[in-house]
Design a protein around this ligand. Structure first.
Ligand SMILES: CCCCCCCCC/C=C/C(=O)SCCNC(=O)CCNC(=O)[C@H](O)C(C)(C)COP(=O)(O)OP(=O)(O)OC[C@H]1O[C@@H](n2cnc3c(N)ncnc32)[C@H](O)[C@@H]1OP(=O)(O)O
Ligand SMILES: NC(=O)C1=CN([C@@H]2O[C@H](COP(=O)(O)OP(=O)(O)OC[C@H]3O[C@@H](n4cnc5c(N)ncnc54)[C@H](OP(=O)(O)O)[C@@H]3O)[C@@H](O)[C@H]2O)C=CC1
Length: 314
C-alpha cells in the first residue's frame, strides 16, 4: 500500500476504521493547522484528514484525558499507515484569553507559521430558555462566540495579518431559531455574522474566513454523551430530507474544501451540512399541546372593546 492511499486497520480496541480523503495526497504538505476540539468527534476527523493530506496539526481543548486518547488513536493510525505528518497536543480553554494567546504563540514559535485555524471546539446543554441561569448562558456564549472571536483575533494578530491564512468557524442549524438551545443558537448566529465581518475586514491580508453549519445530525459518540443519552441521534435521520444522519467525515471534507485553494474566492460564507434539514423543519423540537393563541383583526378589536368604545374613537 502506498503511503498516502486509503488504509484500513484495527485499532487497539479491535474496531476497524479507515481513513481516506477525496482530496489529492499532499494537498496540505508544509501547512500548519490548529483544530480546537480536535481530540473528539468532528474535530478529530478534521485533524485526521488534514494529517492524511500532509498538514502539521495542533489539536487543542480543555481536557487532557480527551486530548490524550484522541491523540493516541490518531498516532496509532499514523504509525500503521506510515504517514509522516506531525501531530501536536496543547491544552487550551478557548474561553480563557491568556490560554488562547499562548496556544497561538506556541504554535507559531514551534512550527514557524500558522496557515489554518479550525474553530471546531464548542457545545451547549439542552434547556428551555426560560430556565437557563446566567452562568449557563455565559458559559455557552463564551465558549461558542467569545472563544471563536479570541481565536480568530489572536491568529490574525500574531500571524495571519502579515502572512495570510484560512479560518473555518463552526455554527449549527440555528437558521429558524434554536428551541431548547437558545444560548447556542444566539452564539452561533453571532459566529455566522462575525465570519462575514472578518471575511471583509481581513480580505486585504489574504485571510479567508468561512464557516460550516452542521445539522443536529452529525453522529459522534462524544457529542451524544454530552446529552447523557448515547441514542440521542436515533430517529433524527428519518426527519431529514436525505433520510439519514450525517458523518463526521462529511463535515471534515467541507472544511478541507474551504481550506483548499479550490475555495480561494470564497470568504465570509457559511456552508450548511445537514442533508436539507434546515430547509425542512426542526425535528428535535415538538410543539407542546396548547390552544390557539389570540388572533388580531379589526373585528376582534371591535368585539373586545364593544361598539360604544369603538364609536367614541370615530
Ligand atoms: C434539542 C433536542 C435534543 C436534540 C439533541 C441532538 C443534538 C445533536 C446536535 C449536536 C450538537 C452539538 O453541538 S454536539 C456537541 C456536544 N458537545 C458539547 O457540548 C461539549 C462542550 N460543552 C460543554 O462543555 C458544556 O455544555 C458548556 C456549558 C458549554 C460548558 O460547561 P462548563 O461546565 O465548562 O461550564 P461552567 O463555566 O462551569 O458553567 C457551567 C454552567 O452551565 C450550566 N449548565 C451546564 N450544563 C447544564 C445542564 N446540563 N443543564 C442545565 N445547566 C447546565 C449551569 O448553569 C452551570 O453552572 P452551575 O449551575 O454552577 O453548575
Ligand atoms: N454533532 C453534531 O451534530 C453537531 C455539532 N456541532 C458542533 O460541532 C463541534 C464539534 O462537535 P462534536 O464533535 O459533535 O462534539 P464533541 O462533544 O465531541 O466536541 C466538542 C469539542 O469541543 C471541545 N471544547 C468544548 N469546550 C471547549 C473550550 N471551552 N475550549 C476548548 N475546547 C472546547 C471539547 O473538548 P474538551 O472537552 O476537551 O474541551 C470537544 O473536543 C462543536 O462546536 C459542536 O457544537 C454543531 C452542530 C451539530
Amino acid at each position: 500500500m502506498s503511503q498516502r492511499s486509503s488504509s484500513t486497520f484495527e485499532n487497539e480496541c479491535q474496531k476497524p476504521f479507515a481513513l481516506s480523503s477525496v482530496f489529492r495526497p499532499g494537498l496540505f504538505e508544509g501547512r500548519v493547522a490548529i483544530v480546537t476540539g480536535g481530540g473528539t468527534g468532528i474535530g478529530k476527523a478534521i485533524a485526521k484528514e488534514l494529517l492524511f493530506l500532509g498538514c502539521t496539526v495542533v489539536i487543542a481543548s480543555r481536557k487532557k484525558d480527551r486530548l490524550a486518547s484522541g491523540a493516541e488513536e490518531i498516532r496509532t493510525w499514523l504509525t500503521h499507515t506510515g504517514q509522516q505528518a506531525t501531530l501536536h497536543v496543547l491544552q487550551c480553554n478557548i474561553r480563557n484569553e491568556e490560554e488562547v494567546k499562548s496556544l497561538i504563540s506556541t504554535t507559531v514559535l514551534t512550527y514557524g507559521k500558522l496557515d489554518f485555524l479550525i474553530n471546531n471546539g464548542g457545545g451547549q446543554f439542552i434547556s428551555n430558555t426560560a430556565e437557563i441561569r446566567l452562568k449557563g448562558w455565559n458559559a455557552v456564549v463564551e465558549t461558542n462566540l467569545t472563544g471563536t472571536f479570541l481565536m480568530c483575533r489572536e491568529a490574525y494578530n500574531q500571524w495571519m495579518k502579515h502572512h495570510g491564512g484560512v479560518i473555518v468557524n463552526m455554527a449549527m442549524d440555528m437558521w429558524k431559531g434554536s428551541p431548547l438551545m437558545g444560548h447556542s443558537g444566539a452564539a452561533r448566529a453571532g459566529v455566522v455574522n462575525l465570519t462575514k465581518t472578518l471575511g471583509v475586514e481581513w480580505a486585504q491580508s489574504n485571510v479567508r474566513v468561512n464557516c460550516v453549519a452542521p445539522g443536529s445530525s452529525i453522529v459522534s459518540p462524544t457529542a451524544a454523551a454530552n446529552y447523557g443519552d448515547l441514542n440521542v441521534f436515533d430517529g433524527i435521520g428519518a426527519t431529514i430530507p436525505m433520510k439519514r444522519t450525517g458523518t463526521v467525515e462529511e463535515v471534515s471534507s467541507a472544511v478541507c474544501f474551504l481550506l483548499s485553494p479550490g475555495a480561494s474566492f470564497i470568504t465570509g460564507e457559511t456552508i450548511r451540512i445537514d442533508g436539507g434539514q434546515s430547509f425542512y423543519t426542526t425535528p428535535t423540537y415538538s410543539l407542546p399541546d396548547s390552544k390557539p393563541t389570540d388572533k388580531y383583526s379589526w373585528q376582534s378589536c371591535f368585539d373586545a372593546e364593544g361598539p360604544e368604545a369603538a364609536k367614541s374613537k370615530l
